[in-house]
Design a protein around this ligand. Structure first.
Ligand code: KIV
Ligand code: NA
Length: 266
């Protein structure tokens, strides 16, 4: 078995197959998720929250993401590996973004992810034309929590929806080949997915995205307790963590997750 490539993912997208993505930070979970059929592993800067115990993603460094990317890469033989660009490592200039992305690619990433809309298009173009595939990320962008004024649903109302559609289009035009849609109304995510010809990955964005991403610790209810509205606890009724991961993949593939109860309205 060989590792999935961007071309393999594009083929599945074209065939109408939903893409299953999980965040992952270490080799053991990487092996478990790989064995459950998870296609993409994201070394998210959510590691600032779930691994490091911070209350935002802002303190995460390129070195942190690189360390966890290398561990995940060693654990998974098949999954496509995406590394998050942390806060402050790419916003300054395309050149700064390139230098940061090189560290993550050298650590084993096949693609990097960065937050932001049309204002990041020039950076996306710069990276893609220098050998670095890019996943964009719009909607709720946690690195901007202090500007957004909290972790709130985005893209509500006509003006905000229009802007998000324009941002997504600009990022695709700049060469992004995947885009995460976080915490936006399901109807808007559906519109974006229909308008674009790249893979949309939803989290709190309804069932019509081309795929779904789940934060590992959220999907397995670690630590136990109340989570965001879009989170489903796949340990509920599962016989093991492996079983829970298999159920999560199946639920993404058959479209049963996310359900209406996990979805925001416009
Ligand atoms: O860091 C992260 O976990 C993410 C996902 C929520 C998309 O960016
Ligand atoms: Na992230």
């Amino acid at each position: 078995t060989r590792r999935l490539t961007q071309a393999d993912l594009a083929k599945r997208y074209s065939a109408g197959e939903k893409i299953a993505m999980f965040t992952c930070y270490d080799a053991s979970f990487a092996r478990l998720l790989d064995g459950a059929g998870v296609e993409c592993l994201l070394i998210g800067d959510s590691l600032g929250n779930v691994i490091q115990g911070h209350d935002t993603t802002l303190p995460v460094t390129v070195a942190d993401i690189a360390y966890h990317t290398a561990a995940v890469k060693r654990g998974a033989d098949q999954a496509f590996i995406i590394a998050d660009m942390p806060f402050g490592s790419y916003q300054e200039s395309p050149e700064q973004a390139f230098r940061s992305a090189v560290v993550l690619m050298a650590a084993g990433a096949q693609m990097v992810k960065l937050e932001g809309g049309a204002e990041m298009a020039a950076t996306v173009d710069f990276l893609v034309h220098r050998g670095i595939p890019v996943c964009a990320h719009v909607g709720l962008t946690p690195q901007s929590v202090h500007v957004l004024g909290g972790y709130k649903v985005q893209g509500k109302g006509d003006a905000a929806a229009r802007k998000l559609l324009d941002d997504a289009q600009a990022l695709q035009d700049a060469g992004a080949t995947m885009i995460v849609l976080e915490a936006i109304p399901a109807t808007l995510a559906s519109e974006v997915t229909a308008a674009l010809n790249i893979i949309t990955i939803g989290i709190g964005a309804g069932k019509d995205c081309s795929g779904q991403v789940m934060v590992l610790h959220d999907a397995f209810d670690i630590p136990p307790g109340k989570k965001a509205k879009f989170v489903k606890n796949f340990m509920d009724g599962a016989s093991s963590i492996h079983d829970a991961a298999c159920r999560a993949v199946a639920a993404v593939k058959d479209g049963s997750y996310p359900g209406p109860e996990h979805t925001y309205s416009a």
